[in-house]
Ligand binder design. Structure first.
Ligand SMILES: Nc1nc(=O)c2c([nH]1)NC[C@@H]1CN(c3ccc(C(=O)N[C@@H](CCC(=O)O)C(=O)O)cc3)C=[N+]21
Length: 315
């Protein structure tokens, strides 16, 4: 399952809608904040900036030093919150250990939390107030672009944004026609950004969901029964061919940087691919869809902003 085609579809749709807003004199803006950070963070940031440019979204980069205080960080976020040019803010994770990440993401206004990690976004999602987005038939990149603002049934209902990576995984599965309902899905990893929300999305789609993690006693036993395996562990090559069921669907969400600088997933592609019915590569799988989804969320934020701030004109 290549993510490139789906990502291209989503981006084309976002681009045409960004252009429509542009005709109304409205620019879409995305802020990216990095606190300290590694070379791979830098690379992800640069990729996101250049992809944003291709769809016409303006980017604003905030690079704070490793030594930045919580106060500096919160002040910078407050500035971004108040900045009318900016519709979304992504704070690159992980951040320095001495800073409480919850303080940081919760400083982001929920309407600009396009990464979906703040408490309001997580809460609305867990309460199924924003889950409708994974059921949206008129979705971006689905080929049925009805094109406008208010036509999207729920667009004007205040809602939290869905975290980009798990949302992207659901999109990828559906793009390739993978049936989720009634299937045994095993999610490996329980992070707030990926494993946990992905498990809830699969559950909303009525899969029978198992979440495995570092303390799981017998991962292989769970995998033997799994129709869909989603690996988000950060351990390269953890999943081997002899662990999975013949014909399983394998989604590799790991992005592990190898000593030689190349990317590797959590799945040992060589041994798993021959047994899988579908498998996502790394790179070129989930990653590009994640970025496209981030841009889509940012566009939605801008559209909501237009809807909320345009006075109602009665005929
Ligand atoms: N708050 C937060 N949200 C994130 O979404 C987030 C984050 N922090 N911290 C860092 C990770 C990393 N991440 C990637 C997403 C896509 C690719 C991607 O598209 N990679 C390409 C390869 C790109 C290349 O070759 O340079 C691919 O998989 O095909 C990579 C990395 C999002 N992250």
């Amino acid at each position: 399952m290549s993510g490139k085609k789906l990502a291209a579809d989503i981006k084309a749709c976002v681009k045409s809608r960004v252009e429509k807003l542009s005709l109304m004199g409205i620019d879409v803006g995305l802020a990216l904040m990095q606190i300290g950070g590694t070379a791979s963070d830098e690379q992800y940031l640069n990729t996101t900036v250049s992809v944003s440019r291709t769809v016409g979204i303006k980017t604003y980069e905030y690079r704070l030093p490793e030594t930045a205080s919580l106060n500096e960080i919160i002040n910078t976020i407050n500035n971004i919150n108040a900045d009318e040019r900016i519709n979304g803010l992504l704070v690159l994770f992980p951040i320095p250990r001495r800073i409480n990440p919850r303080r940081v993401v919760n400083a982001i206004l929920p309407e600009k939390d396009v990464d979906g990690l703040g408490s309001t976004s997580v809460g609305m999602f867990a309460a199924e107030e924003s889950m409708f987005q994974i059921f949206d038939k008129d979705d971006f990149g689905s080929g049925s672009d009805s094109g406008g603002l208010a036509v999207r049934n729920m667009a004007c209902v205040p809602h939290g944004f869905l975290p980009c990576t798990p949302f992207g995984v659901i999109r990828l599965l559906e793009h390739y026609g993978v049936e989720i309902k009634g299937k045994n899905a095993v999610v490996i990893g329980k992070s707030l950004a990926v494993g946990k929300p992905l498990a809830l999305m699969l559950l909303a789609k009525e899969a029978t969901v198992t979440i495995c993690h570092k303390s799981s006693a017998d991962l292989a036993a769970h995998l033997r029964n799994a129709d869909i395996v989603c690996a988000a562990t950060g351990v390269s090559g953890l999943i081997k061919g002899n662990m999975i069921k013949e014909g399983a669907v394998i989604v590799d969400i790991g992005i592990n940087i190898m000593p030689d600088g190349s990317f590797a997933g959590d799945v040992d592609f060589e041994s798993v691919a021959p047994r899988a019915s579908f498998i996502t590569p790394v790179p070129g799988g989930v990653g590009p869809v994640t970025i496209a989804t981030l841009l889509e969320n940012t566009l939605r934020s801008a559209q909501n902003n237009v809807l909320l701030k345009t006075p109602l004109i009665l005929p």
